[in-house]
Ligand binder design. Sequence first.
Ligand SMILES: NC(=O)c1ccc[n+]([C@@H]2O[C@H](COP(=O)([O-])OP(=O)(O)OC[C@H]3O[C@@H](n4cnc5c(N)ncnc54)[C@H](O)[C@@H]3O)[C@@H](O)[C@H]2O)c1
Length: 251
Amino acid sequence: MSEMSGLRALVTGGASGIGRATAELLAARGANVAVLDLDPSSVDKPMRGYAADVSDDSSVRSAVAAAAADLGGIDILVNNAGIGAAGTVEDNDDAQWHRVLDVNVLGIVRTTRAALPHLRASAHAAVVNTCSIAATAGLPQRALYSASKGAVHSLTLAMAADHVREGIRVNCVNPGTTETPWVDRLLDQAADPASERAALNARQPMGRLVTAHEVAAAVAYLASPAAASITGIALAVDGGMQGLRLRPERQ
Ligand SMILES: NC(=O)c1ccc[n+]([C@@H]2O[C@H](COP(=O)([O-])OP(=O)(O)OC[C@H]3O[C@@H](n4cnc5c(N)ncnc54)[C@H](O)[C@@H]3O)[C@@H](O)[C@H]2O)c1
């Protein structure tokens, strides 16, 4: 028996990047996996894809209900769908603030709300939210994005408290800059993509970006019965970026 066989998992934003790596890893460990995404057309069997927009409550409710019916329940919810925003507090207009908070924060509220009746029925219920290093370190040009991920961090703690006595664990992972299509898009927009990549690598104490598979491994651990006594934590997967303070390398 593999570690997660018999468990039923729903991963939002599972068609790309960290969500995709997570969905594939959970499936490889024996879970039955449903992916909820704006565009699930790239989701391959044995995973199942469901189209939904986490900023639209009725589409979330329909997709979660369909996934729960097809999987026969939900034990694991990975709230991973998210979008970015660049700029200082002067740079994003109110519509951008509402949009990013709507997807990154309320998206988690909507999917969790819809999944809770199924999680309550599970003997191994776990929620894992994708938070970010931006929740715990001050990064330049990330005012709106950081505010959204700070909210995800606090929401994770509050949800963990609310549902611990129902047997539902809630944790988050805090990735550092991770090799995904998202970062490729950011680099494509940079004036000098090569030096931007070098700057991102240099910001990591390990000197390289995090891989999506490394984040997925942390999500899979927190979601698994092996983490049965862990709730209300933020697990950094960031190459040491949050916790370490290195002296500059000798030239
Ligand atoms: N890549 C990084 O450096 C990094 C670092 C820290 C945290 N994160 C977080 O990881 C998560 C995934 O990021 P990624 O880098 O894999 O991005 P990505 O762009 O590769 O994938 C994001 C996925 O979410 C889906 N999505 C976006 N908006 C959606 C919506 N409204 N409804 C449903 N699905 C939606 C997209 O279609 C896509 O499949 C995000 O929450 C992001 O904030 C990423």
